[in-house]
Design a protein around this ligand. Structure first.
Ligand code: C2E
Ligand code: MG
Ligand code: MG
Length: 421
């Protein structure tokens, strides 16, 4: 970040100057542009080439800028652009569009003859030059508009308006609530059974996190994990999941139940320094059989630092922990990655289950994933199985395991215990 400090501080001081200056009918537009999927790009072409590409993006952006505009790189893949002297809101919007269009027109040079299409997300704040602009508020609004643009999907921009006023505040409030929730034990693991399709018996569970929010009721991971991942709260949540999950597995094992338990780890947690020792201490403290502990990671999480991921997986597999690749079929599903990833099982994403009964092509894809897994010596579990028709098809395809509402949704530990006698 320090590397880009000079340029960005110049943009900021220009912004302050522009805000102090009263010019009726004129506007400044502040733009925060972030290249999409930069981590993935870094991994596929390497740091040097990715950096060269960002330099070329900057050159292309510069061509669109006028003498009144300033650009600064605010991070590896992020730019702040200030456009001054614009005469109407429409002109501001046209400028934002012009800048976004750079990405539609260009493939960018990444060295060694590689020319790559990239997209970007952008937040925009338009400020009238009436001398009333508030620097801090503008930066906060810029963050909100970029956040909303990113949420809307890749390659889009969003101009700040009052409907976004609370986005950042809501996020910080949720993060505060999460901190308090952690202190006050509001988080609980629920357990969804996994069924062996040959014996029709429950052989294990996947732990899924629930937040008993004091005013909003039970919140699902999609409502808070993304916000936790934006801060260090995800590390605390991750430790809670590992600690409580291992404790529950210990309780089941001590009562003589032969079950396995799968825990979800997000990519950021997986790269936390000390994660291996933490997992080892959870196993030791609860005296659990590590062969019955499974960790689910997604392909996207795995490839964002592929070599490191493989190293961590290998170290934990040595003591018997198993790994599965979650949501398989929705990400890259790259065979070269799959070949190198030392995982024990594949989880076929539930999106295939939704359409499989009526779609021959999806059936063929599922069948192919099953035989691919078997060829690679992995087991296969289908997620999101909701009806008998899906189950029958999976049985015919020789799928090992299934999980879904057909059997049960995720339930508290005491109810889960009843499913394993
Ligand atoms: P996932 O690991 O792929 O979990 C499966 C999700 O599908 C769960 O949603 C589960 O309740 C839902 N599901 C299971 N069977 C069915 C079905 O038959 N039909 C339908 N429509 N849905 C079904 P949930 O609990 O909301 O979790 C969503 C995602 O949040 C999980 O996807 C996982 O990626 C993440 N997550 C859950 N718990 C944790 C956790 O402890 N730590 C981390 N880092 N992520 C978690
Ligand atoms: Mg999972
Ligand atoms: Mg999944």
């Amino acid at each position: 970040m320090l590397l880009y400090y000079d340029k960005i501080s110049e943009v900021m001081s220009r912004l302050e100057e522009a805000l102090e200056c009263v010019v009726p009918g004129e506007f400044v537009a502040l733009l925060n542009l972030d290249i999409d999927n930069f981590k993935m790009l870094n991994d596929s072409v390497g740091h040097t080439a990715a950096d060269e590409l960002v330099g070329n993006v900057e050159t292309a952006l510069n061509i669109e800028l006028s003498d009144h505009d300033y650009i600064g790189r605010s991070g590896n893949d992020e730019f702040i652009i200030l456009c001054d002297g614009l005469r109407s809101r429409e002109e501001c919007e046209a400028k934002a569009l012009q800048i976004m269009n750079v990405f539609d027109r260009h493939r960018f040079d990444a060295g060694e003859g590689r020319r790559i299409y990239v997209s970007a997300s952008m937040g925009v704040v338009i400020v009238p030059k009436d001398g009333k602009g508030n620097f801090k508020e503008i930066l906060r609004n810029l963050e909100s508009s970029l956040h909303v643009a990113k949420e809307a999907g890749k390659g889009t921009y969003r101009i700040f308006d009052s409907s976004l006023e609370n986005v950042t505040e809501d996020k910080y409030k949720l993060q505060d609530d999460m901190q308090r929730g952690l202190r006050e034990n509001q988080f609980e693991l629920y357990y969804q059974p996994k069924v062996n399709l040959h014996s029709d018996c429950v052989y294990g569970f996947e732990a899924l996190l629930r937040w008993h929010h004091p005013t909003k009721g039970i919140l699902l991971p999609s409502e808070f994990i993304p916000f936790a991942e934006e801060s260090d709260i995800i590390f605390e949540i991750g430790r809670l999941v590992l600690r409580n999950g291992c404790r529950q597995l210990g309780i089941w094992q001590k009562s003589g139940r032969d079950v396995s338990l799968a825990l979800n780890l997000s990519g950021k947690q997986f790269r936390e320094p000390g994660i291996i020792n933490f997992i080892l201490s959870c196993i030791a403290e609860n005296d659990i059989n590590p062969n019955k502990l499974e960790i689910e990671i997604t392909e996207t999480a795995a490839i964002s630092d592929f070599d490191y991921t493989i190293m961590v997986i290998n170290m934990l597999r040595q003591i018997g922990v198993t790994f599965s690749l979650d949501d398989f079929g929705t990400g890259y599903s790259s065979l070269s990655y799959l070949k190198q990833l030392p995982v024990d099982s594949l989880k076929i994403d539930k999106s295939f289950m939704d359409t499989m009964p009526d779609d021959d092509r999806d059936q063929m894809i599922v069948e192919t994933i099953i035989s691919l897994a078997k060829t690679l010596n992995m087991s296969v579990i289908a997620e999101g199985v909701e009806n008998k028709k899906q189950e029958k098809l999976l049985k015919n395809m020789n799928c090992n395991y299934a999980q879904g509402f057909l059997y049960s949704c995720a339930v508290p530990a005491n109810i889960a215990s009843l499913m394993i006698g």
